[in-house]
Ligand binder design. Sequence first.
Ligand code: FPP
Length: 239
Amino acid sequence: MALPDRENTVPRHIAIIMDGNGRWAKQRGLPRTAGHKAGAEAFRRIANYCRTLGVRYLTVYAFSTENWKRSEEEVSGIMKLLGIYLKEALRDMEKNHVRFCFFGDLSRLSPELRKLCLEATERSGEYHEVQVNFCLNYGGRDEILRAARSFAADVAAGKHTPDDLTEAVFSEYLDSAGVPDPELVIRPSGEMRTSNFLPWQTVYSEFVFMNVLWPDFGPRDLDQAIEEYRRRNRRFGGA
Ligand code: FPP
């Protein structure tokens, strides 16, 4: 028997907090950077799988505004993995047709990594099939503050009046401008908090918290999260 339409639905936009890399490494007696390396592999697997499922937007929390508190070795390890991934993505761009976007304040990244981010954004801008949004030096409160400052600057420049500010107008000042809100947010690793991830965009998202550590996260876990999402009754504040 065919399932009703809603139950067959794959979310258009999935957002993931890639958590548990450190614990995965610790369980194996490995350095934390080995956990991040395995986490980058898990990301590759899941990004490919999302594509086969027809997910249109995938947003991942790769580095938060708070992650700078970690050791210099760990921070540079994560940045290096991102650089390797972006170089690969630039190399394969014509084949994969993935559009890349970056949420967060890129000004604090190294000039080399920033350049790769800008190049990936520019060169992939024409692709519309699949979009990967990397949250890098991203914090939801920071994003809202930066958006508020930009809007205030436009008011000062006479481009807007304060009364112009609606939810739709403000959304256009966010890093996620033009991207629909995620229907589903997944946090693996057993932690049950949102950690400054997309606070504006996720007010009506469905959250699925899972016990698997991110480096072990595979297609079956994503299927399970989507199944859980399909069971939810989304009312958006209605009765
Ligand atoms: C959270 O786990 C993970 C991060 C802060 C970094 C995530 C980065 C990657 C997966 C690599 C990025 C590269 C690509 C190509 C996506 P944690 O370290 O806080 O884990 P723990 O809570 O177990 O310590």
